[in-house]
Design a protein around this ligand. Structure first.
Ligand code: GTP
Ligand code: MG
Length: 367
């Protein structure tokens, strides 16, 4: 039996099984098995020549990567053509785009790579169409822009989310607050910070045993953690927590009332590429959600250079700033002077570990 058939079999069994006290452990085990199989599906198989899991052959460039993901004909290529200098073919029929088309979005001195991807359909995670490649490409991005057709049913969003979930992408979520450390010996030590609502020792033990992990230290820090969260922690190398912006296109074709309803949803922007409405909002939100920081440098004795910013990710340190300036500069690093929001006083003398903030001015002193 192939992996896809095994997945189908487990999914069917889960659908058949009624949820109650007597079946919950069995259902937990099935969830664990399903997660394992889905991960296998993305691994390149022997002799499969790259496998279903590898994305499209586009190298990363710029300061961040954004993927446009959505069903066919929702307007992904139209959006790419609007916000970058790249032209991607637009047409009224489905599957116009057949491969990943990269464009560059320039924003406040940053260069953001935007990937226009082929449309995906239900079953993409299981390999329908170019689904697996599309999702693998999306998995490498810093932000997913889910382009949706405002004239279509709301379920389209849930369907797409399910496809992304199935390959280990977690949208707009933080990793579960569960500590798990595999050990060489000593058995299983399971602890809870406070009584969990949806997990217990037996459930965790059963799933761990099914994964052939018999020696481990586990601490559940979140009382709301679920079986799915626990499986995500076991499968951590395979999970990717990515922010997602939902973009509803074609609002030229819907009522004002419905438009207002859509626009109020969290992580959502509405637009019409046709009427050139809301495109700037989309770009602004992409920038916000990427949470990139602009850092300016200053040479000793001269004014800060505000003409060109260094772009770093949220949570970056002086070390990351050094890496942006030059590959080897941190080897000669003595100290930095920092002016701005991250500095306790201006300037603050710091080491490599200092966390920078948006708009900081930094001087690096080397040996
Ligand atoms: N009414 C309306 N039509 C639009 C809008 N934006 C795009 N379209 C039309 O929608 C159709 C599909 O647009 P594409 O950009 O090719 O869609 P896509 O998502 O890239 O499609 P695939 O590459 O097949 O996945 C084209 O006929 C566009 O002209 C819009 O804001 N309003
Ligand atoms: Mg397209």
């Amino acid at each position: 039996m192939g992996i896809s058939e095994k997945i189908k079999e487990i999914e069917d069994e889960m659908k058949r099984t009624q949820k109650n006290k007597a079946t919950e452990y069995h259902l937990g085990l099935l969830k664990g098995k399903l997660a394992r199989l889905r991960a296998q599906l993305l691994e390149p198989g022997p002799g499969s020549g790259g496998g279903g899991g590898s994305g499209f052959d586009v190298s990363k460039s710029g300061d961040a990567r954004v993927s446009l993901v959505g069903f066919p004909s929702v307007g992904k290529s139209t959006l790419l053509t609007k916000i970058t200098k790249t032209r991607s073919e637009v047409a009224a029929y489905a599957f116009t785009t057949l491969t990943a088309i990269p464009g560059v979005l320039e924003y406040e001195g940053a260069e953001i790579q935007v990937l226009d991807l082929p449309g995906i359909i239900e079953g993409a995670a299981e390999g329908k169409g170019r689904g697996r490649q599309v999702i693998s490409a999306a998995k490498t991005s810093d932000l997913i822009v889910m382009v949706l057709d405002a004239t279509k049913k709301l379920e389209q969003r849930t369907l797409l989310e399910k496809e992304l979930e199935a390959v280990g992408i977690r949208l707009n979520r933080e990793p579960p607050n569960i500590y798990l450390k595999p050990k060489k010996s000593g058995g299983m030590k399971i602890n809870f910070m406070s009584p969990p609502k949806y997990l217990d020792e037996k459930m965790i033990y059963n799933i761990m045993r099914d994964y052939k992990m018999l020696n481990a230290e586990i601490l559940v820090r979140d009382e709301n953690a679920t079986v799915d969260d626990f499986i995500d922690v076991i499968m951590a190398p395979n999970r990717k927590y990515i922010r997602c912006l939902y973009v509803y296109n074609k609002i030229d074709c819907i009522s004002k009332t419905y438009l207002n309803q859509l626009a109020r949803e969290p992580h959502t922007v509405v637009m019409s590429c046709e009427l050139d409405l809301g495109i700037k909002d989309v770009v602004d939100r992409v920038w916000e959600d990427l949470r990139l920081l602009r850092i300016y440098t200053k040479k000793k004795g001269s004014a800060p250079d505000f003409s060109e910013a260094l772009i770093v990710r949220d949570g970056s340190t002086i070390e990351d700033v050094c890496d942006q300036i030059h590959r080897t500069i941190k080897e000669r690093f003595r100290y930095a002077l920092v002016w701005g929001a991250s500095a306790k006083h201006s300037p603050q003398r710091t080491g490599l570990n200092h966390l920078v903030a948006e708009g900081d001015v930094v001087s690096i002193f080397t040996k």
